[in-house]
Design a protein around this ligand. Structure first.
Ligand SMILES: [Zn+2]
Ligand SMILES: [Zn+2]
Length: 613
């Protein structure tokens, strides 16, 4: 193992173990948060006696409670509800559970149709019915709820909590059912931990890619076009194009060949790839004019098209590994509830490629792909990434294609490759692709949110489906192995991630406007134009603020737009061929020779530097 690999391995180990510590911490908080939800229920019930509780679980960062109540709760009601919750917590009521018969459960909850519905489901599944009590009968805050636990032993254990938001939620998540109310909250064993969490939520709000996308004019949506179909605005298009240019240049260096394929196809192709019937619900169907026309579908993936290019001629072992790359636009009909700005749209362009290789080359090719990921992440200064190997869910083997032997082999190849690369990874028994194990690269943004941006898959199934073969040294036909990879994910998702990670202050090379020229007065406009010319000659994206605003206002606006360099020009600068530089970090460098500044910015652009000076 090289020194560099050993270092990466240490990083990986650290990232995996910090991820696991976090998971464990969250798991340990479940009883506390679940109990806080019971306290919320009791408080609401006391304040609004008509409330019918539906359900209320602990979730990743807190808890929520669904209930049916004619009065519409707003955040203005939270202080009152929180005060009542605090009363119940201060009373330090014991939380106790007991098993009840189905009949007893039905009797206890006879006035709550939602609970009766849940009890019927419990009966159908043949599970035990359990109820939990807060306090003892007769206590002013005594409460009883149908629940499977777990809880902490008494309400006093809740040292810090907060209600966060209220929203509508359909019963059982279906639009056919009644709209209920849902209150979200969170709880922690200490005030400190709660404060830290609230700070993070505040920071996350500022970094929300949908807010930044609007403020910085990066993307938008139009009702007339449809949900999940993003419009890239001029500034966003610059970012997207820079990323894609980088992808293309890098792939060329790494031995990829570019291809270009149609965005729709006849049903037949997707039947071979098994997208139909398995993904038919997520595919856009195209109505072809005229009668007796064949059905067409918009592609949800590029793979089948690349496979057809591979099959275009007889392939020899000498051509392998064959790397076919395309920035391919794909469409997936995501659930309306799952849509999230450009992080999860319905149409996106993938940094896609398929590498066709022999079995003997599979590990080597995989290591090469990991190194490509590392190159991209390192350039962007992304440190907190690690790999998850997603295998088949052993309980649901029928969900996946291919036989046992094929799965064993692709698992073995994937693990072997990661061991050879000296990569630490986490194994999970779910989330594999329908045709093979998947290696997900998880990246953490600066505020600790985790994103699955890209995956890599070793695929033995599609070569058989598509009959993808090569002629080996001895003239025998053999199946190739396909590796699916997309290190930069989709441009949409990747830009969404980068916006959050950098809080909109993208590295110079990705900044839509790299330098803003700020003339102090009207008489400095002429020199400002000269500065613009010189920057443009070095391909730097530049704007001049010629409004008759004050210098402070111009600086503030450029700062809000996260423009890395503000070049201020006044009498002294114009006279001596200088500029005064203000960085978006607040740092200033006064009276610098113009040429020097142009070279510096051009150099930061060219080298994709992360720093500004
Ligand atoms: Zn409970
Ligand atoms: Zn693919």
């Amino acid at each position: 193992m090289s020194k560099e690999q050993a270092q990466i391995n240490i990083e990986n180990k650290k990232n995996i173990s910090s991820h696991q510590t976090e998971l464990k911490k969250k798991e340990e908080l479940i009883p506390l948060r679940h109990t806080a939800e019971h306290v919320l229920h009791r408080a609401i019930q006391e304040l609004y006696p008509q409330t019918l509780k539906v359900m209320g679980p602990a979730i990743e960062d807190g808890f929520y409670m669904d209930f049916d109540l004619d009065y519409k709760i707003t955040p203005e009601d939270f202080p009152k509800i929180e005060a009542k919750m605090q009363e119940i917590i201060d009373a330090d009521l014991p939380v106790e559970g007991r098993e009840v018969s189905y009949e007893e459960a039905q009797r206890i909850f006879k006035d709550n149709p939602y609970k009766l519905d849940t009890i019927n489901e419990i009966v159908e599944r043949g599970e035990k019915a359990t109820v939990y009590t807060l306090g003892n009968e007769g206590d002013p805050h005594y409460d009883l709820d149908l629940c499977a636990g777990p809880h902490v032993s008494s309400t006093g254990k809740i040292k810090a909590f907060k209600l966060l938001s209220v929203a509508g939620a359909y019963y059982k998540g279906s639009e056919k059912n009644k709209m209920l109310q849902r209150i979200y909250g969170t709880a922690f064993p200490s005030r400190e931990e709660l404060d830290k969490h609230l700070e993070k939520l505040e920071e996350a709000k500022k970094r929300d890619h949908r807010k930044l996308g609007k403020d910085l004019e990066i993307f938008s949506f139009a009702e007339e076009i449809g949900p999940g179909l993003p419009l890239w605005l001029p500034k966003g298009t610059i970012i997207k194009d820079e990323l894609e240019k980088w992808g293309k240049e890098t792939e060329e260096k790494w031995g990829y060949q570019r291809v270009s394929t149609p965005f729709l196809s006849k049903r037949k192709l997707f039947e071979i790839s098994k997208h139909i019937p398995y993904f038919e619900d997520e595919m856009y169907h195209v109505q072809v004019p005229g009668e007796n026309e064949e059905e067409y579908f918009i592609k949800p993936m590029n793979c089948p098209f690349h496979h057809m290019i591979f099959k275009n001629k007889t392939r020899s072992y000498r051509e392998l590994p064959l790397r076919l790359a395309e920035y391919g636009t794909v469409a997936r009909y995501e659930n309306a509830g799952a849509l999230n700005g450009i992080l999860r749209p319905r149409l996106f362009v993938q940094n896609d490629a398929h590498v066709y290789c022999t079995e003997e080359q599979a590990v080597e090719v995989f290591v090469e792909i990991i190194n490509l990921h590392r190159y991209y992440y390192d350039t962007l200064g992304l440190k907190g990434y690690y790999i998850v190997l997603a295998l088949r869910d052993p309980e649901k083997k029928d969900k996946y294609h291919g036989n046992e032997e094929m799965w064993k082999k692709s698992e073995m190849l994937s693990k072997g490759a990661m061991d050879r690369a000296g990569i630490e990874y986490e194994v999970v028994n779910e989330g594999a692709a329908h045709y093979g194990p998947k290696m997900d690269f998880k990246i953490k943004s600066a505020i600790g949110n985790e994103y699955g941006i890209s995956t890599n898959q070793i695929d033995l199934f599609m070569p058989q489906q598509f009959d993808l073969k090569y002629i080996d040294k001895n003239g025998n036909e053999k199946y190739v192995i396909v590796q699916h990879r997309a290190p930069l994910g989709s441009s949409e998702r990747f830009v969404g991630f980068l916006l959050e990670h950098f809080a909109g202050a993208l590295p110079v090379w990705l900044s839509p406007v790299q330098a803003e020229i700020i003339p102090i007065g009207e008489k400095h406009l002429e020199y400002a134009k000269k500065v613009v010319e010189q920057l443009k000659d070095s391909n730097i994206r530049v704007e001049v603020d010629s409004r008759s605003e004050t210098m402070q206002a111009k600086i503030r606006d450029a700062q809000n737009q996260k423009i890395p360099y503000m070049l201020i020009v006044g009498d002294r600068e114009a006279e001596k061929g200088l500029v005064s530089v203000r960085l978006r970090t607040g740092e200033t460098h006064n009276g610098i020779v113009l040429n020097e500044v142009v070279d510096k910015i051009a150099n930061k652009y060219l080298t994709k530097a992360l720093d500004l000076w």
